[in-house]
Design a protein around this ligand. Sequence first.
Ligand code: CP
Ligand code: NVA
Length: 321
Amino acid sequence: MAGGDTGAAIRGRSFLDLSDAGGDAIAAMIGDAQTRKAARAGWPKGRADADAPLAGHVLGMIFEKNSTRTRVSFDIAMRQLGGSALILDAATTQLGRGESIADTARVLSRMVDAIMIRTDDHAKAQALAEHASVPVINGLTDRSHPCQIVADLLTVIEHGKPLPGLELAWLGDGNNVLHSLLEAAALMKFNIRVGAPEGYDPEEEFLAMARDAGCRVTVTRDAAEAARGADVVVTDTWVSMGQEHAEAKLAAMTPFQVDAALMAQAKPDARFLHCLPAHVGEEVSQEVFDGAQSLVFDEAENRIHAQKSILLWCHGKLSAG
Ligand code: CP
Ligand code: NVA
């Protein structure tokens, strides 16, 4: 957040990737999310938490791509923290007519207390953060999806699986969600086996990040090998937003579908995660998606609880963060 020419004091910190917070803060986010979630069990979803820590705060959300979970969970998160959120559909704002990211950042910094952006181009999120004088949150870019992974880690821990030493299997496309998972592995010290067809590996930078942190990271072309002995099996769409719907890619991905036979390779108490939206019958079978090992709807709900902790961290209001 530069913000120099706005004359505004820099307030808070941005969350463009998990490393912006670091392992201790992510652990604090997860702990805070669990505490807040338990404290409001059974309450109406829009009622504010007792302490309403972000009372009066407004989050502006820029969407250059579709969203259900990120959009609703940030809105509800702000309500539960005592604040509010507004949605800026990029196509109907001046951004869609070419107003610069820098000017948008400077203007929004005068009007809202934090900005979330979902965009095709990670550089845009970085530019927004550079020119804003309020925190900027990455709500998904072509490169990463850090907010999703805070919710995923919360879900894994809630279901009794500690992160250090966890064996996580990723099946399918080496995409933005996997990038953030690899970053999380580096920070929280768990191991990842990636099962992906040739040509669809994650960026080397993220593999190196996890390996350099001492995590065991393998990439295999054999789906069963990736899933074998895993505590958690994760997949995502084979075609991310903004990517071409290529038949060749779908064909290459087919052996990596998470079905019952593949889940049987994992530990008997293994769990299945998917950030959603899912394409049932492609990356996951109906049986696994709806099966007893699937946590996908807990994971979706946890987006709210995770967003709250992320927002609190950005505003310097997370205890122990
Ligand atoms: N998982 C996720 O980010 O969902 P949305 O695209 O619906 O926000
Ligand atoms: N990898 C997917 C995640 C959607 C939440 C995408 O970028 O479209």
